[in-house]
Ligand binder design. Structure first.
Ligand SMILES: CC(C)(COP(=O)(O)OP(=O)(O)OC[C@H]1O[C@@H](n2cnc3c(N)ncnc32)[C@H](O)[C@@H]1OP(=O)(O)O)[C@@H](O)C(=O)NCCC(=O)NCCS
Length: 323
């Protein structure tokens, strides 16, 4: 066997998309699954921070993965991080160390490119990645209940978010991240990519299956609170949110405004990977569970440097940041 890692483009990309489609289609048709990937790569962030690679043996595509070039704030320092996603080995080649080999080669390249850590989300029991020296980062998913304001929704101007809101949004993100030990360092381009990705997933899905809302509260021509939420099957996922007010009161009121539009017998279940430092007074936590997908991290160069254990309360990681 002579294995090689190559960029997954052209014919190789089509093979990779064919292989991974049944598992990760999220309700899209095969054609739209391809379109969604192409469109993500055309965003300013995607064009320079996201690609797919394949491990090939001659003409055979053995394994593939997505690579993300992430910026992470870890214990007060900004670190470049290799994000690995969608690791996949074609059925015929499983159980022979291909995925392990691909990951090992990606880690080697990351070191030469100056990345200092690698992160991934494990959808399988984490032992496989623990053998590759990754350690879990605790993330919590919340189910939240919103106190329905008596006498109608709060009188507050909530409008659709757009381009001009991005500077305020990254400011809110940075303030929230500054108090955490681990959080993504989110640029305008990154937030634009994250919102575009959600919109693509709803826009390319069958009509009515999934919706994405991006809303802001404005004061003095500035976004002072915002929220990105996706809805599917009567469930909302708060993808990301922020509030200039440290109590989060405007964000809570925003959720009250959104809920006021719903008939009370069909209220959605609301979930989020909510930072523990942001609990608007209008919210009650109904349940708190570890996220199903396990975030894992390992240092690349300084292998002797142990990563001090992190507690869930020290991490700010929105569902939008999931890759
Ligand atoms: C997971 C996957 C990438 C492994 O590829 P592979 O080339 O067979 O992996 P390797 O040969 O390097 O390693 C095999 C190890 O993977 C782990 N593994 C594979 N599938 C697993 C699963 N469903 N649950 C738990 N562990 C699994 C096992 O530890 C296995 O070790 P073993 O053979 O000693 O039991 C492959 O099974 C796959 O493509 N699965 C579908 C996509 C997927 O779930 N990807 C992971 C996303 S986090």
């Amino acid at each position: 066997m002579s294995l090689q890692v190559i960029p997954a483009v052209g014919e190789v990309l089509e093979r990779v998309l064919d292989d991974t489609f049944p598992l990760w289609n999220d309700g899209l048709s095969r054609e739209n699954y391809g379109k969604s990937w192409a469109a993500q790569q055309k965003t300013p962030w995607g064009a320079t921070h996201l690609d797919r690679v394949a491990l090939v043996d001659g003409p055979h595509v053995v394994s593939s993965a997505k690579r993300y070039d992430l910026s992470l704030r870890l214990d007060g320092r900004i670190r470049r991080v290799l994000g690995i996603g969608a690791v996949f080995t074609s059925q015929a080649h499983r159980g022979r160390g291909a995925a392990r080999e691909l990951i090992a080669r990606l880690l080697e390249t990351a070191v030469t490119e100056g990345q200092e850590f690698a992160m991934l989300f494990s959808e399988i029991p984490p032992a496989f990645y623990e053998r590759l020296e990754f350690v879990p980062v605790p993330l919590t998913e919340w189910v939240i209940e919103v106190d329905q304001k008596r006498g109608g929704a709060p009188a507050m101007l909530v409008r659709s978010g757009d381009e001009r809101d991005l500077p305020n949004i990254i400011e809110m993100s940075a303030t929230r991240a500054a108090g955490a030990r681990l959080a993504l360092d989110r640029s305008e381009d990154f937030v634009r990519y994250a919102i575009t990705k959600k919109r693509l997933q709803s826009g390319l899905a069958p009509a009515g299956m999934k919706t994405t809302e991006f809303l802001v509260v404005e004061e003095g021509h500035q976004a002072v609170a915002y929220l990105v939420a996706t809805a599917q099957d009567g469930r909302w996922m708060i993808e990301e949110a922020g509030d200039r007010d440290p109590t989060g009161a405007r964000l809570g009121a925003m959720l009250q405004v959104m809920l006021a539009r719903y008939p009370s017998e069909r209220l959605p279940e609301i979930r989020g990977w909510w930072p523990q430092s942001l609990v608007p007074p209008q919210l009650k936590v109904a349940a708190r569970t570890p996220t199903q997908e396990v975030l894992m991290i390992r240092p690349l160069r300084d292998r002797m440097l142990p990563l001090p254990p992190l507690a869930a309360a020290e991490v700010v990681y929105w569902h939008s940041d999931y890759f």
